[in-house]
Design a protein around this ligand. Structure first.
Ligand SMILES: [Mg+2]
Length: 355
């Protein structure tokens, strides 16, 4: 688990498909059933092949069902019904194969309920999504359920997250969004000023997504600490003194920008600096040179966060101060600070309101 955010979480929003509802398992079970019942396959090898083909065709649900079933009809003469009829029956069939809420998700939701941290569900799709939530027995338990078709905005549009925050009555900065989709869940929620937890599902974080998740988990019960009543305690001890000292340091220092926004990274020619990058003149970092700074677009001149990096290969650790950066700019800087072996973590200043 990686944690790079320290704002206390007062509400949690879950994505539905492949976060609370195990669509992958439902689809796998449905595909095996469909291959036998509808495609007329009996040989296990043929069934396995058909299942693999169905999973590839489905593309995590992104392929329209009309296209999916038209393709299948060309391949399996056993399918006599037309593609539209097959597509219409699919939703109910998939729902029938949806497994119950998994143990890890159950433990987390029970723990949140036990300490009174409200949680909700925010999902793209139609009112059909509600049937999945019903099947998981979560309708009466969720503090809010927001479905894109009903609010007229789809993830990653920040509007759907803001609508959800308004319904749950908690400021975006204190909401944690938990989801499996890098762009729809993590990047979208980050743009809405929320904290993010990415359910990894054995994948690498995609390089093309500029946002970075605050937390990465392999199972939802890794978030049980949210309900232990201690989150943020250690970080709250005198943390403001740290930022005041950083403000003072920046106030008395001249900023020298040696790598302007858009210039090429000397070590990685395909990486461009997303913001102005430089150092505080006449300051001293642990490597003997000036303290590195990122300078963002906010008009207020103050330190809005810091990035700490460590590189085991180079045996090196560094601090980069973020000056006048929005949270999104901080995320871009963090991505740029995590090239090659180097790993970075974002410390975000609690009181800063830029969203
Ligand atoms: Mg999902």
């Amino acid at each position: 688990m990686t944690i790079s955010s320290r704002r206390p979480v007062r509400a949690v929003l879950f994505d539905l498909d492949n976060t609370l509802a195990d669509r992958d398992r439902a689809f796998l079970a449905w595909a095996g059933w469909f291959a036998q019942e509808h495609c007329g396959l009996v040989n296990q090898h043929e069934i396995d092949e058909a299942v693999a083909e169905l999973i590839a065709l489905d593309a995590d649900g992104r392929t329209s069902k009309d296209v999916l079933f038209s393709t299948l009809k060309d391949r399996y003469p056993h399918l006599t019904e037309d593609a539209t009829t097959l597509a219409a029956a699919f939703r109910a069939q998939l729902l029938g194969h949806l497994p119950p809420l998994d143990v890890a998700a159950s433990r987390l939701i029970d723990a949140l309920d036990a300490v009174g941290i409200p949680w909700g569900i925010v999902t793209n799709g139609s009112a059909d999504q509600l049937r999945k939530i019903e099947k998981l027995d979560l309708v009466a338990r969720a503090a809010c359920i927001v479905i894109s078709d009903e609010v007229g905005a789809r993830k990653p549009d920040p509007a759907i997250f803001h609508a959800t925050a308004a319904r749950i009555g908690i400021a975006p900065a204190h909401i944690l969004v938990v989801g499996d989709h890098p762009e729809a869940d993590v990047a979208g929620a980050a743009r809405a000023g929320m904290q993010t937890a990415w359910l990894r599902r054995e994948r690498e974080w995609p390089a093309h997504v500029a946002a970075v998740p605050d937390i990465i988990v392999d199972a939802l019960d890794e978030l049980l600490w949210l309900a232990d009543g201690k989150q943020g305690e250690a970080a709250d001890i005198d943390s403001e003194r740290f930022w005041q000292q950083a403000d003072e340091l920046v106030a008395v220092s001249e900023i020298s920008i040696d790598r302007p926004q858009g210039s090429t990274h000397p070590g990685y020619p395909d990486v461009r600096y997303p913001l102005d990058y430089g150092f505080l003149a006449q300051s001293r970092a642990s490597d003997g040179s000036g303290i590195d700074v990122w300078v963002g677009s906010l008009s207020e001149h103050r330190v809005t966060g810091a990035i700490v990096t460590v590189d085991a290969l180079k045996r090196d650790a560094e601090v980069n101060l973020l000056i006048s950066c929005t949270y999104e700019e901080a995320a871009q800087a963090l991505t740029c600070n995590t090239q090659g072996q180097q790993a970075g973590i974002l410390l975000w200043r609690d009181d800063h309101q830029d969203v």
